[in-house]
Ligand binder design. Structure first.
Ligand code: NDP
Ligand code: GDR
Length: 327
């Protein structure tokens, strides 16, 4: 009998790569997705990976506990990966209540559904390096204190501690991955890496001339989503649930990341970059740099794809997308 997994956030970047990994490992993969009036479920990322027909999509929303309970009763998954969230930090100041409901309280709904309907399931929570916020230690590990700097980060911290609490209160095999930024050609266009690689493609093809950015001095520890979903899976294969930092251990400025993208397309960043004060955040996380020692020692996990190779892959993918559209 193959194992069954339920992935919330199946239409997002990580949902797609995680589904691909689980299918390769022989899992029956169920994905929770919400419908909208303009489109049925958006399966474009699963289509990009050619797996849309292999994933069983379930209609649902993190805000609807009854639907979550019925979904777990019907599927009886061995593993539940909670990836769904309002995940864009910048939007969380515009939509703080929704962010709290989905990214924070939504975790309670999924954990309650597990507790009520399938307590034997192993649970993964998508926690975030944004929880560290105002950094007081040069490298952030599982022991570093949290200081969230956005409504998103506050909501993630709630979800993180609730996961710890359900593990300790009810004995649920609940693990939390404190993942640092990870990107790919499937990254949403609003995030800075993909905004940059998409702009590079358009500038190269002559349909755009400038790239407007906010704080280019911010530093991030960027890895590849394909690598990071592997760490999620490894956490649920351990005998004991735990919390793990998942990161590369290298940090770069937004500017340095831009230079890699522009250089790859033989373009000059300074001819196209415009700093737009409207894109600065009310409170910024200046630098993130993760210490992945525990993940390496206990899970045998290490990031394999470098930030440079990832950004080049993203530029190539965006060039290909735009060439196809313009044809
Ligand atoms: P995405 O934004 O690409 O995906 C988010 C997913 O959540 C989408 O499938 C979205 O569906 C779904 N979703 C949003 N609201 C609801 C809701 N109310 N009910 C059900 N589904 C909902 O994020 P990523 O794939 O990049 O990230 C996955 C998770 O990991 C997120 O929780 C994110 O916060 C967290 N994380 C991400 C990091 C990163 O660098 N990528 C780092 C650390 C943590 P729809 O398509 O309908 O919008
Ligand atoms: P982040 O990712 O907020 O770290 O959250 P994002 O790519 O949005 O920002 C990274 C840094 O770039 C700076 N920046 C800009 N960002 C965006 N989006 N657009 C711009 O024009 C721009 N200019 C400069 C930002 O100020 C910031 O410092 C991501 C999300 O995936 C979260 O869900 C996840 O939890 C964290 O990573 C870890």
């Amino acid at each position: 009998m193959s194992k069954k997994a339920l992935v919330t956030g199946i239409t997002g970047q990580d949902g797609a790569y995680l589904a691909e990994l689980l299918l390769q490992k022989g899992y029956e993969v169920h994905g929770l997705a919400r419908r909208s009036s303009s489109s049925d479920v958006n399966l474009s990322r699963l289509e990009w990976l050619g797996i849309e027909r292999q994933v069983r999509v379930v209609d649902g929303n993190l805000l609807d506990l009854s639907a979550l309970i019925r979904t777990l009763q019907d599927i009886q998954p061995d593993e539940v990966y909670n990836l769904a969230a309002q995940s864009f930090v910048h939007s969380s100041w515009q939509q703080p209540i929704l962010t709290g409901q989905v990214t924070g309280l939504g975790v309670t709904n999924v954990l309650e559904a597990v507790r009520v309907a399938q307590p034997k399931a192993r649970f993964y929570q998508a926690s975030s390096s944004e929880m560290y916020g105002r950094i007081r230690e040069p490298m952030q590990s599982e022991q570093t204190p949290f200081y969230p700097r956005s409504p998103y980060a506050v909501a993630k911290l709630y979800g993180h501690w609730l996961t710890v609490n359900y593990r300790e209160s009810f004995g649920i095999h609940a693990s939390s991955g404190i993942l640092f930024n990870h990107e790919s050609p499937l990254r949403g266009i609003e995030f800075v890496t993909r905004k940059v690689t998409d702009a590079v493609a358009r500038i190269k093809l002559g349909t755009q001339s400038e790239l407007r950015l906010g704080n280019i001095d911010a530093k991030r520890d960027w890895g590849h989503s394909r690598d990071y979903v592997h760490a999620m899976w490894l956490m649920l294969q351990q005998d004991e649930p735990d919390d793990y930092v998942v990161a590369t251990g290298r940090t770069s400025t937004v500017r340095a990341m831009c230079e890699i993208a522009f250089d790859h397309a033989s373009l000059d960043l300074d001819k196209h970059l415009v700093i737009d004060p409207a894109l600065f955040r009310p409170a910024e996380v200046d630098i993130l740099l993760g210490d992945p020692t525990k993940a390496k020692t206990k899970l045998g996990w290490e990031a394999e794809i470098t930030m440079e190779d990832m950004i080049r892959e993203m530029v190539d993918a965006d060039l290909e997308r735009w060439k196809r559209k313009l044809r």
